[in-house]
Design a protein around this ligand. Sequence first.
Ligand SMILES: Nc1ncnc2c1ncn2[C@@H]1O[C@H](COP(=O)(O)OP(=O)(O)OP(=O)(O)O)[C@@H](O)[C@H]1O
Ligand SMILES: [Mg+2]
Length: 394
Amino acid sequence: MTETPLSGKRVLLVGPSLGAMVAGPLKGAATETAGVERLPQAVSSAYDLVLVDADVWEAQTLAAAIQALSTNPRAAPVLLIGQHLPTTVVRNLLRLPSSDVLDAPFSPEQFAAAASGLVTKTPVEAEAAPLAPEGGSHCWAVTGAVGGAGATTIVVEIATALAQRSGKDKSVCLIDLNLADGAAAAYLGAQPAMRLSDFGSSPDRIDAAMLQAFVTPVTKQLDLLASPRDPDAFDHASRETVLRMLEVACECYEWVILDMPRHRRSWTLEALSGSDEILVISELTVPALISARSLAEEFETALGGETKPRIVLNRLASRMFGPAPSMSEAERALQRKADAGISSDWEAAAAAANLGGAIAQHRPKSKIVKDIAQLVERLAADAGRSSATSKRAA
Ligand SMILES: Nc1ncnc2c1ncn2[C@@H]1O[C@H](COP(=O)(O)OP(=O)(O)OP(=O)(O)O)[C@@H](O)[C@H]1O
Ligand SMILES: [Mg+2]
């Protein structure tokens, strides 16, 4: 078979008829056809080239998708093909690290020249993978006892506090394991970029470099791994893929903070047993406290007492009004002492969520920030004794 410039290359075809349009020059390429909604996730670790048929998509939709892709420094090269190339689309295309346009009609030779120009360019330097942490890695898992208890809010603040405390680039990774509808990215005002379903039955393809293609940098120190909304995400990501992703993350980051789904998945217990802290977040209602106690007991039993979950009471009012249980009543319902408390501050929590970012960033004086700092200091002091890397490897 004669070699074509795209032989062996991974090409994403954004447009239903592109395959037929450029059949000859695409010979030997591994092609995949998708709609324009896939464009923002077309990173260079997944595709060597993206072909876009500009004539089939509405200009505004296409311009927005290209703009979204251009926010990712690891965007794959894009070749835009069409008879009518709208200026808004072309202008956004220029923001990409590597792109070209080809006016239709064109000859197979013209297509091959444009495509090979893009794929043979030096690939955009992939975001440097973080170096393996010297003192090992620590993984903390956080889960809500009931929906809306504040788990995601607390995960975001813990990750932010650790990032500030560490000061080292790429030292903390927040992983939102609510794969179908996680909110961590929205709370941080960041674009989720993790697509675990791409790995199907080959989780071994996930390595440090691949992980970086999924990461959304939030600050220099803090990275986010979160998936775009997808109701079927839990069915599409295999247990092995999720666990492999966690393993690689623990090899790369000093601190890995997991926002765990409340309902148990096939990988939940393994993710927890690889964590050196498990925080169960409860609010101050009797049903939530009862759930927190049951959940903590379930984990403790299932993990054979390996890691004792800690119960964190969230949204503590400085003065108790009305029917909210007092701390001692709460501890009676829990049948144990709570391990920590986080003050209630609706204004700060809402302001941060609406502005996108941590409460520590938008309302640094909030009591929530102070309480989280205390909790982080306490847990981090204990963290020296065990390392998630070694636990996971065991
Ligand atoms: N300490 C707090 N003070 C005031 N409001 C808070 C506090 N913690 C969380 N909230 C608010 O409570 C709501 C639920 O928080 P969050 O989304 O973090 O809960 P969750 O447990 O992650 O929910 P889900 O079950 O949907 O995952 C949000 O509006 C958040 O701003
Ligand atoms: Mg949540």
